[in-house]
Design a protein. Structure first.
Length: 332
């Protein structure tokens, strides 16, 4: 707590922050952001779906769940060389983190996993922070990924424990927490956040933030996704997420977890530059770049470059936290 990072937030405290007057909330978040981070910097991550569609889970928002007809073509696991050439393109376009996603319920110990381990090694050797999101992991599988050079593992809570069963029934919240624990034990960084617009209440959002902010170590990155409603899924007619809800969520996350990378994730194609600027002001300091997320559209590199120029933002360099740590150690 001496470094200003707290893991003992109460629900009542979070509620007070979340419901504070909006401009006051943004000002407080922006002030803390300035204190803890370089506010001109935004981490640019690129996503690639390395195995698309045909997933056995029933996540009500997801275009890749086999049980909904969403028009997503099922694709087998990509070849390593093809993935590495995407990673190189992303690096050339200014991304410093490359995240590979698979529409799997969980990792299985088979040749596909061995191929993913090879991809992780390859991207790591290119000097990018490499991240995967592959579903549930055992501790042993997490260790194999860490040994291959995986920098971060993404596994979202998506919503509150209370609302979880309304969205997913094929696995439990505790399964999710167990995977996060397995990742943490290996020393890899944790990327864990959620989605707003699933039909949850404000209390659900507060509860999810409470779960994240009271973990023994805060996730190093917290993606905040706005639901991208997908035709054919149970949530296809959900209302568009209000930008003020997005700003409130980001600002609250920033205050609770001041050093965490808060990622303005899915939903940017529906936001103006002015709306995204408000999110950066409220403490967002990471985005997914490239014209596709996993299966849905995202602003192009060119559009984002123009936005960065306009707002005076610059991409964060790779492995910055580690470099800072080494400098501090050398100076101590
Ligand atoms: N299958 C793995 C899993 O579920 O952990 C990894 C891939 S999964 C697509 C990664 C995350 O994408 C989900 O946890 C969810 O937060 C997000 N996501 C999926 N569909 C979305 C949508 N339609 N709108 C917003 N976020 C979405
Ligand atoms: C995260 O929180 N959002 C990203 C990433 N982690 C894997 C995924 C968003 C997916 C949006 C729907 C799609 O493109 O399929
Ligand atoms: Fe499968 Fe992940 Fe989509 Fe759920 S979110 S259906 S686990 S790909």
């Amino acid at each position: 707590m001496s470094n200003g990072i707290r893991n003992n937030w109460s629900l009542a405290e979070i509620k007070d922050i979340y419901y504070s007057p909006l401009l006051e909330l943004v000002f407080n978040a922006a002030s803390l952001h300035r204190k803890f981070n370089d506010t001109a910097e935004v981490q640019v991550c690129t996503l690639l779906s390395i195995k698309t569609g045909g997933c056995s889970e029933d996540c009500a928002y997801c275009p890749q769940a086999a049980r909904y007809s969403t028009g997503v073509d099922v694709q087998p696991l990509m070849q390593k060389d093809e993935v590495l050439s995407y990673a190189q393109k992303a690096k050339d376009a200014g991304s410093t983190r490359f995240c590979m996603g698979a529409a799997w319920r969980e990792v299985r110990d088979n040749r596909d996993f061995d191929r993913v381990l090879d991809m992780v090694k390859g991207v790591n050797e290119m000097g990018m922070e490499v991240c995967c999101t592959l579903g549930m992991l055992t501790e042993d599988q997490a260790q194999k990924l860490a040994d291959a050079g995986l920098y971060a593992y993404n596994h979202n809570l998506d919503t509150s424990k209370e609302h979880y069963n309304e969205i997913i029934t094929t696995r439990t919240y505790d399964d999710r927490l167990q995977t996060l624990d397995n990742v943490r034990k290996t020393g890899m960084t944790v990327c864990c956040g959620g989605i707003i617009g699933l039909g949850e209440t404000h209390t659900d959002r507060i509860q999810m933030l409470h779960t994240l902010a009271t973990m023994p170590e805060h996730p190093e990155s917290v993606p905040i996704n706005a639901l991208v409603p997908i035709a054919g899924t149970p949530l296809e007619h959900n209302m568009k997420v209000d930008i003020w809800d997005m700003v409130r969520m980001i600002a609250t996350a920033r205050i609770l977890m001041p050093k965490t990378m808060v990622r303005l994730s899915a939903g940017r194609t529906d936001m103006s530059i002015a709306e995204q600027a408000l999110c950066f002001m409220a403490g967002a300091n990471s985005i997914f770049a490239g014209d596709k997320l996993l299966t849905t559209p995202n602003p192009s590199f060119d559009e984002d470059n123009a936005m960065f120029q306009l707002l005076g933002l610059k991409p964060r360099t790779a492995f910055k936290a580690e470099k800072q740590y080494l400098t501090e150690m050398a100076e101590a």
